[in-house]
Design a protein around this ligand. Structure first.
Ligand code: 3HC
Ligand code: NAI
Length: 686
């Protein structure tokens, strides 16, 4: 049974217990339906409180049921049944009332919540719209403007704010169930408000819909759901209740089977699976109660900020006292930024800064549970740091390197107790970016690896395990992206056309704009290192730009020209001339958007397939998470590998063969050819 009913005098309490998040499975819907019927028929009951066990109120429809035919009782019918029940229902909310959970609460006559609760309609994040009256009842309760904002962004609202908007009727400070029962009894003494289905939608200015449509369209770019959700709210404002309900349901059912919804569901489950990989099941992570970061530069300060945010007391070690001051000042800048953006209060910012000890003395790390190194990208400098750490840290303290391109096996040489060492590759800015590549060496102990994943959970990051290779998973694929972008230039495309095509595909920036923003010098440094290893990296135009010290925005020009103080890229004659010289003898052809995208994205798929073949990544879904959370690959495409599978792996391979014939890509690798035969990579997207 997912539902139990008890009596408190003339108030019945219906308790839902459907772990982990009280999702509205068919069984739960049926049990709730039965409870309404039973309580309607009970003359001793005058009101009903709906409360949930566990960590949260109802977190929504059961996403596992989305791929299957809808089963009765359908959620819209259940919400209507609660709304038209003979006794008023009071939703008592703790944790989150999300999606179908909030829709059930909107069917109740009243909503009360603990101060820490939040409520929201996050359906657009899954590529759908609310399907049980959310877009129709919410504007009747809080007006179309606030409702439109909630359904088109999907961002949950904290209970206290929801109270001020009229979405919540009361905040309960003490015991929620007791408070809700008292609230119900008090409400019975007064005239009951109309159920939402009988209320009208407040008017809005005529210009509201067009202004909002434009704002939502520019935010959503090519995501379908936000504009469709807005259309539902507009229908609620302009048509009668039943017409709007039918419109919403149809939109919900249309979108539920869409490829965007499929992709977003795949990402939803991949993100939730990532922190607990099956191969680490049952392995106990070590406890982390204190941390240290070596190096307070760009990455060190960001990593330190993330550790502070997780509540860990932190020591920041630098080379000398000036560098300590610089590191602390970098941290202060990060915290000030969070205060300015309203993310934390100035008190929290000050408290976080005061939890950090800056020092040059490694001796202070003797009791530390975790140390992350983020010093210069130089093997000797890093080895020296780890030799000092080996001398002072406890043998069970976890030691990690944030190297981007060095081999962690090489860094580990000489470390005492190398089983506690691994790579933790953060992305810049480290306190913001969600991705964390976790890179074990051959000697890393399973408990150390499990601790890396546990740390990611503490930091609210998405962890992905990567084997060791140049650039790990993400930067290795990025090298292919950049090389392909240059190949396009040599065969007739312009930087503007390439960037525009990749933006149209859904990336936030094209490859050339992105390099101008980050700086071309870092990649030039990597290529020099690759050449000393005997490799021949392909970047003929980028090399020449670096020779001219065209490093990007910071030097006033890179792939584009920039006017002083203006970040708008302008086409550059210098770059066009270099491209023309480098392209001499290469066949030129016209490029449309779709072929530009294929010439970049399909070789990325091929490289990712090699990465899978070499077991550098264990699952295709892991590569999807790396691309989405590290490189801005459109979430609604489900990531690189999901995109390839949706596109059809046979088509991907055929297009790669075509590109290979023109000298523009490698032929499909063995792993891709095998996946074509099997029609999937093996870890089927959900
Ligand atoms: N359906 C099915 N399973 C769900 C679920 C849902 N709606 N929401 C969460 N889960 C599962 C997760 O997959 C995970 O399973 P696992 O333990 O087997 O990996 C487990 O619940 C715990 O989830 P989290 O790790 O995310 O737990 P947190 O405590 O960190 O977060 C939460 C809890 C905030 C509720 C978060 O899970 C969440 O945001 N869930 C999604 C909510 C949502 O999108 N609801 C709308 C659904 S669509 C809908 O309602 C349509 C309706 O309009 C008809
Ligand atoms: P940075 O140059 O901004 O910072 C390095 C810091 O290390 C400096 O503050 C320096 O004073 C300090 N340092 C140097 N030697 C030291 C020593 N022996 N003891 C203590 N402190 C010392 O460099 P950044 O960009 O922060 O990079 C650090 C590491 O992170 C590198 O390994 C880099 O490859 C990696 N990384 C960088 C990313 C980026 O986008 N910048 C992304 C991911 C990883």
């Amino acid at each position: 049974m997912t539902v139990t009913v008890k009596r408190d005098g003339d108030v019945a309490v219906v308790t839902i217990d459907n772990p982990p998040v009280n999702a509205l499975s068919q069984t739960l819907r049926q049990d709730l339906w039965n409870a309404v019927e039973t309580l309607d028929a009970d003359p001793a009951v005058r009101a009903v409180v709906l409360v949930c066990e566990g960590r949260t109120f109802i977190a929504g429809a059961d996403v596992n049921e989305f791929g299957k035919p809808p089963m009765s009782p359908h959620l819209p019918d259940l919400v209507a049944r609660i709304e038209t029940a003979a006794k008023p229902w009071v939703a008592a909310i703790h944790g989150n009332a999300l999606g179908g959970g909030l829709e059930v609460a909107l069917g109740c006559r009243f909503r009360v919540a603990v101060p820490t609760a939040s409520v929201g309609l996050p359906e657009v994040r899954l590529g759908i719209v609310p399907g049980a009256g959310g877009t129709v009842r919410l504007p009747r309760l809080i007006g179309p403007a606030l409702a439109a904002d909630m359904v088109t962004t999907g961002i949950p609202v904290p209970a206290t704010k929801a109270r001020s908007q009229g979405l919540i009727d009361a905040i309960v400070e003490g015991d929620l169930e007791r408070g809700a029962i008292d609230f119900a009894r008090a409400a019975l003494d007064q005239t009951l408000p109309l159920p939402l289905c009988e209320r009208s939608v407040p008017n809005v200015d005529l210009t509201f819909w067009e202004t909002t449509r434009k704002a939502v369209a520019s935010r959503a770019r090519r995501e379908e759901a936000p504009l469709r959700a807005l259309a539902c709210v507009r229908m609620a404002a302009e048509a009668d209740f039943n017409t709007a309900m039918a419109f919403e349901r149809q939109t919900f059912l249309d979108l539920r089977g869409s490829s965007q919804a499929g992709a977003l569901r795949h990402v939803f489950f991949a993100e939730r699976a990532a922190p607990r990989p099956p191969e680490l099941a049952g392995i106990e992570p070590r406890r982390i109660r204190s941390a240290a970061v070596i190096g307070g530069g760009t990455m060190g300060a960001g990593i330190a900020a993330a550790l502070c945010e997780a509540g860990l007391p932190l020591t920041l070690v630098e080379r000398d006292s000036e560098a300590v001051e610089r590191g602390l000042s970098n941290l202060r800048t990060i915290f000030d930024g969070s205060v300015k953006r309203g993310k934390i209060s100035s008190e929290t910012g000050a408290a976080r800064l005061s939890s950090v000890t800056g020092t040059t003395d490694y001796g202070q790390l003797a009791g530390c549970d975790l140390v992350i190194e983020a010093v210069f990208e130089d093997l000797d400098v890093k080895r020296e740091v780890f030799s000092k750490l080996s001398a002072v840290c406890r043998p069970d303290a976890l030691l990690a390197t944030n190297t981007s391109y060095l081999d962690p096996e090489q860094i580990a040489v000489g470390i005492r107790h190398p089983e506690r060492f691994l790579g933790l590759h953060f992305f810049s800015p480290a306190h913001v970016m969600k991705l964390l590549e976790i890179v074990p060496t051959a000697r890393t102990a399973p408990a150390t690896l499990a601790t890396g994943f546990a740390l990611a959970r503490m930091l609210n990051k998405i962890p992905v395990r990567s084997g060791i290779c140049d650039g790990f998973i993400g930067n290795r694929i990025l090298k292919v992206t950049r090389a392909q972008a240059e190949r396009l230039l040599l065969s007739g495309a312009t930087p503007q056309a390439v960037d525009a095509a990749m933006r149209a595909f859904g990336l936030p920036m094209g490859p050339f704009e992105a390099q101008d923003l980050g700086g071309l010098d870092i990649a030039a440094f990597q290529r020099r290192a690759a050449r000393t290893r005997g490799e021949t990296p392909f970047a003929p135009v980028a090399e020449r730009l670096c020779t001219l010290e065209r490093f990007g925005q910071k030097s006033g020009g890179g792939w584009y020209d920039y006017a002083k103080g203006d970040r708008t890229p302008k086409s550059s004659e210098t770059v066009a001339n270099i491209i023309a010289e480098e392209a001499a003898g290469t066949p030129q052809k016209p490029w449309d958007e779709a072929s530009i995208v294929d010439c970049i994205v399909l070789p990325m798929v091929n490289e990712a397939s090699k990465i899978l073949g070499e077991k550098v990544a264990l699952r295709a879904a892991d590569i999807d998470l790396v691309e989405i959370h590290g490189y801005g690959f459109p979430r609604w495409r489900g990531g690189l590998m999901h995109y390839a599978q949706e596109r059809g792996l046979d088509e991907v391979a055929a297009k790669l063969d075509e590109l290979a014939l023109q000298g523009l890509a490698d032929t499909p690798c063995d792993r891709l050819v095998n996946a074509v035969r099997a029609t999937s990579y093996g870890d089927e997207p959900v």
